[in-house]
Design a protein around this ligand. Structure first.
Ligand code: ZN
Length: 248
């Protein structure tokens, strides 16, 4: 569904794919688990929303796990976007053995466009700020970008990798916690008032989208929060992961 003037959800109940509409085409954030999902939810989904998937210029992959890149082969073959990932996670995917794999996931992408911390992805009138927030993977990308609600600008921060599913690696968990703190500060400096994730169960998108459908004129947008509440989300990520490290 369309969530903001320039942002569309084309994911599933389990994992998100967000399409950011610019004056020069679409930036697609993540590719779902596999080609079948990319076809059913992204290709067909964008068309249902009045968008043309042939306009996807960039496929931005938040991190190198298959639930985010798995549908890339379908999208790359059909629409030929540039595939963007952090240098660190391209290196992860080039290792002989992946840290995580699943029969549900499609093939990893072939190296294309590598980005680094604090890079900007610019397309037409739109700028996406890219931050490397290591922890969930060594090169997880978290994003800050503007969205518009009936023309009013808001700032969204998308946390690119949630969970300590790599096991009891104390140093890596401390890195995760430090990344959450750094991104919290960046979000504060930029007045971010929307917390987003790449899993709709992690940022409340699953509950917020039905609320948005019922929204009456003049009511607040269910995705928009007080900046202090967005800060609270990053404090929670920082502190709960830190507590896990202390436990170890
Ligand atoms: Zn992951």
């Amino acid at each position: 569904m369309q969530v903001f003037d320039n942002l569309y959800f084309v994911g599933t109940g389990g994992v998100a794919s967000w399409a950011l509409k610019t004056s020069e085409g679409l930036i697609l954030i993540d590719a779902l688990n596999n080609d079948g999902e990319a076809e059913r939810y992204i290709d067909v989904g964008l068309r249902k929303l009045g968008l043309d998937p042939a306009d996807i210029r960039y496929l931005l992959i938040t991190h190198g796990h298959g639930d985010h890149y798995g549908g890339q082969a379908y999208l790359v073959e059909k629409f030929k976007p540039r595939v963007v990932m952090s240098e660190q996670d391209w290196l992860e995917l080039e290792k002989p053995k992946l840290e995580f794999s699943s029969p549900r996931w499609g093939q990893p992408p072939k190296r294309d466009m590598a980005v680094n911390d604090s890079d900007l992805l610019i397309l037409g009138d739109t700028r996406v700020q890219l931050y490397v927030t290591p922890g969930h993977t060594p090169g997880t990308l978290s994003l800050i970008f503007s969205v518009f609600d009936q023309g009013i600008e808001h700032k969204a921060a998308l946390w690119g990798g949630t969970g300590l599913n790599f096991g009891p690696d104390r140093q890596r968990i401390l890195t995760y916690s430090a990344s959450a703190e750094r991104f919290r500060v960046l979000a504060k400096e930029q007045g971010v008032d929307i917390f987003m994730s790449n899993h709709p169960a992690r940022d409340g998108a699953r509950e917020r989208m039905p609320l948005l459908k019922q929204r009456q004129p003049g009511e607040p947008h269910p995705f928009v929060a007080e900046p202090a509440d967005v800060q609270g989300a990053f404090e929670l990520l920082r502190d709960c992961s830190y507590a896990q490290a202390l436990k170890l």
